[in-house]
Design a protein around this ligand. Structure first.
Ligand SMILES: Cc1ncc(COP(=O)(O)O)c(C=O)c1O
Length: 393
């Protein structure tokens, strides 16, 4: 896998230009609700910030330019996922979704969209045969997360795209874990790409945001309508912070992946670690697929400890440099307990069936020195050893 994203130059410049009124090199924050119109029916392209704002427009141009698509920005990742469903689906339609996805995605499909007559089925999308078998005549959308939150399970995007297209459905890929710097989903046949920009794209733990990208103008138009009609666009200030984040996205992603690989290799050899899930490790069951469709292993990993749930919880309570928190993809290393935090909305039985064990620990490896992260984990692993474990070791 190569070590440097081809997007370094693009991330600094693509879709951006000096502010036309002042020449400001950095797009200003247009913190305004409304825009003076020259005469009735004559405006300068903006009328009201829910419908359009120059800072948000700059973010959309840049996100789109990175993937040769059109992007629309939303106030959260969940708003982006909801906008996609509102734009493309209607009562009676069916969605096929990966069985391992962010818990909020399961919650919105089951507890919101099902109430409006959109059915969802969750299937192991790492198994292309299972995907093909699960399509129904009314299936309009195949929604996958690859790598999936939190087990990093992958879906073969090209195979999923051809299964979706054979069934007359669209393929949407939630690429939050890798971003365009790590995986170009459109090049494998995706119709729609989604992001929680809250994560790596903004990258500094300062905003929540989301984006939906598409190349088909008909899909873009439907999304644009929903963005305005429902009123869920990104705010100018959060758009500005996200624009700032994108400039360093490829550099951060390179470093996140390098650090994550070092941490994963270390954890894999640690006697207290039972299993490590990281797509950049040769031991990862889908390592070959990762090499084919990802630039590198990414910055996320998960692991299980010898000693299961109790040991995992003790570790998460003992770390000092790593912060126990929801969120991922920020400069700080964050450690998360999916069963009680990010994947709490999924019923326990289903969670376990999808491989999200109660003891699974998720690590979003930050930009600190890899040795410091490893040292913190080592200290927490020894501090969290129980007296009985010490006696037997
Ligand atoms: C893969 C993935 N998609 C979507 C979301 C939702 O994003 P947000 O929290 O910005 O609404 C998350 C949140 O953790 C996520 O991990």
């Amino acid at each position: 896998m190569s070590c440097e994203s081809p997007l370094h130059t693009h991330a600094v410049h693509a879709g951006l230009y000096p502010d036309p009124t002042t020449g400001a090199v950095i797009t200003p924050i247009y913190q305004t609700t409304t825009y003076a119109q020259e005469a009735v029916g004559q405006d300068k392209g903006f009328t009201y910030t829910r419908s359009g704002n120059p800072t948000v427009a700059a973010l959309q141009r840049q996100l789109g330019a990175l993937e040769d698509a059109t992007a629309l920005s939303f106030c959260t990742g969940m708003a982006a996922i909801s906008a996609l469903c509102l734009a493309l689906l209607e009562a009676g339609d069916h969605v096929l979704c990966s069985d391992v996805v962010y818990g909020g995605t399961v919650r919105v499909l089951r507890q919101v969209f099902e109430r409006f007559g959109v059915q969802a089925t969750f299937v192991d999308t790492s198994n292309i045969g299972a995907i093909r078998d699960a399509f129904r005549p009314e299936t309009k959308l195949l929604f996958i997360e690859s790598p999936a939150n939190p087990t990093l399970k992958l879906t073969d995007i090209a195979a999923a795209a051809s299964a979706a297209h054979d069934a007359g459905a669209w393929l949407a890929v939630d690429n939050t874990f890798l971003t365009a710097a790590g995986q170009l989903s459109f090049s494998f046949g995706a119709d729609i790409v989604l992001y929680s920009t809250t994560k790596y794209i903004e990258g500094h733990n300062t905003t929540v945001g989301g984006a939906v990208l598409a190349r088909d103008e008909a899909i873009v138009e439907k999304l644009r309508f929903v963005q305005n009609a429902v009123g869920i666009a990104q705010s100018p200030f959060d758009a500005w912070l996200t624009l700032r984040g994108i400039k360093t996205l490829p550099s951060r992603m390179d470093r996140h992946a390098k650090n994550a690989e070092e941490v994963a290799i270390h954890l894999e050899s640690h006697p207290k670690v039972a299993r490590v899930y990281y797509p950049g490790l040769p031991s990862f069951p889908q390592y070959d697929l990762a090499k084919r469709q990802q630039r590198d292993g990414g910055g996320m990993l998960a692991f299980e400890l010898v000693g299961g749930v109790e040991a995992g919880i003790r570790l998460m309570n003992a770390v000092k440099l790593c912060t126990l928190a929801e969120n991922l993809g920020a400069v700080e290393t964050l450690i998360t307990h999916p069963a009680s935090m990010t994947h709490g909305p999924i019923p326990a039985e289903e969670r376990r069936a999808a491989g999200i064990s109660d003891g699974l620990v998720r690590l979003s490896v930050g930009l600190e020195r890899a040795d410091d992260i490893i040292h913190d984990l080592n200290c927490a692993l020894s501090a969290s050893t129980t007296a009985s474990e010490k006696n037997t070791s």
